[in-house]
Design a protein around this ligand. Structure first.
Ligand SMILES: *Cc1c(COP(=O)(O)O)cnc(C)c1O
Length: 342
């Protein structure tokens, strides 16, 4: 049995999801005539209390489009130095939109309102790039699936408003955050100018993300999506999987969170593990004992059938998901407990 915990993107569509895909009514989405895509965009927008949505091929594309619409070349974007938007998108912000970045530090990949305020360049100083956007990520991947305190997000939003910055949420895993906090999607819709949501992560769809915002923002985003080569035609087959995911795979996310916590408890007792980072959601990061290379441990675990990812020299990431069963959880624990690591 292969247990693949490298990412929550490794899930495969279930027969029921595929059935929904097969039955989808489709049309040409560049003409805005795909009824299933229109339904998904509307459904996601309503859920988050935003005016409109745009279905895209990936979360990288929704993020990149947001930056492109919100900024002009030379503008500066404030975000955490480990945010996906900066760290994992191939330098796309700089390449696609020609922006400058102001990279903040912060515990578990999260930034604070105070730090944001302190890094907004004075708009009347011609020497400095003009700060026009701030972006946060929730849950925070590099921060171990960390969930923001909503109050901090509110305060960042207030700072953004005060200084006329646009405020973007990389909500690739926003439903994981929603599963463990009191807020509703609409609470997020109220404070952000744009939100990116992935269906291909914990929600278990094969492809796709949606970008949400005002009608005017989405109108502009649609043009940028075309320019980026992301105008798809009968992609309603994919949107059908996303609709299915919203209807069936949101409620169960705490199941993934529970499994991540169980594994964290196991890891804490192993002598080759130095530290297990706090587990808020479905991402679990742990550090290997000093001198023990994460990459070597990953190789060893893979040889036993447990796939995970080295995140840096001394840390390893495990991500639980829809296809990770209770039986696999037991097997994974057995592998972790019995593996011979020198
Ligand atoms: C996965 C992910 C994305 C988007 O990735 P794609 O693979 O392009 O869909 C964006 N932000 C975060 C935090 C992610 O984890």
């Amino acid at each position: 049995m292969k247990i693949d915990l490298r990412s929550d993107t490794v899930t495969r569509p279930t027969p029921a999801m595929m059935q929904a895909m097969f039955l989808a009514k489709v049309g040409d989405d560049v003409f805005e005539e795909d009824p299933t895509i229109n339904e998904l965009e509307e459904k996601a927008a309503v859920l988050f209390g935003m005016e409109a949505g745009l279905f895209c091929a990936s979360g990288t594309m929704t993020n990149q489009i947001a930056v492109n619409v919100h900024t002009r070349p030379g503008d500066e974007v404030i975000l955490h130095k480990l945010s996906h938007l900066y760290y994992y998108e191939g330098g796309g912000m700089m390449r696609n939109s020609g922006v400058s970045v102001c990279l903040l530090e912060g515990e578990r990949g999260m930034i604070s309102a105070e730090d944001v305020e302190n890094h907004i360049n004075p708009a009347d100083d011609v020497h400095r790039p003009l700060t026009t956007m701030v972006a946060v990520e929730n849950t925070m991947n590099k921060g171990g699936g960390a969930v923001y305190d909503f109050n901090e997000l509110l305060k960042i939003g207030q700072a953004a408003q005060k200084h006329k910055l646009t405020y973007h949420l990389d909500g690739a895993r926003i439903f994981n955050a929603l599963a463990v906090t009191e807020q509703s999607p609409a609470d997020y819709g109220k404070i952000f100018d744009s939100i990116s949501v992935c269906f291909s992560k914990g929600l278990g769809a094969p492809v796709g993300s949606v970008l949400l915002g005002s009608k005017d923002f989405i109108y502009k985003a649609r043009r940028v999506r075309k320019i980026f080569g992301g105008g798809m035609r009968q992609a309603g087959y994919l949107a059908a999987a996303a609709i299915y995911a919203l209807d069936h795979n949101v409620e169960r996310l705490n199941e993934d969170h529970r499994k991540a916590k169980v594994m964290a408890e196991t890891l804490k007792e192993l002598n080759w593990v130095d530290e297990v980072l706090p587990v808020d959601t479905n991402i679990l990061i742990f550090k290997t004992r000093p001198g023990l290379l994460a990459a070597d441990v990953v190789k060893k675990l893979a040889s036993e059938g447990l796939l995970c990812m080295d995140f840096d020299k001394q840390s390893i990431r495990l991500v639980t998901h829809l296809d990770f069963t209770d039986e696999m959880l037991e097997a994974a624990i057995r592998i972790l407990k019995t593996i011979q690591i020198k």
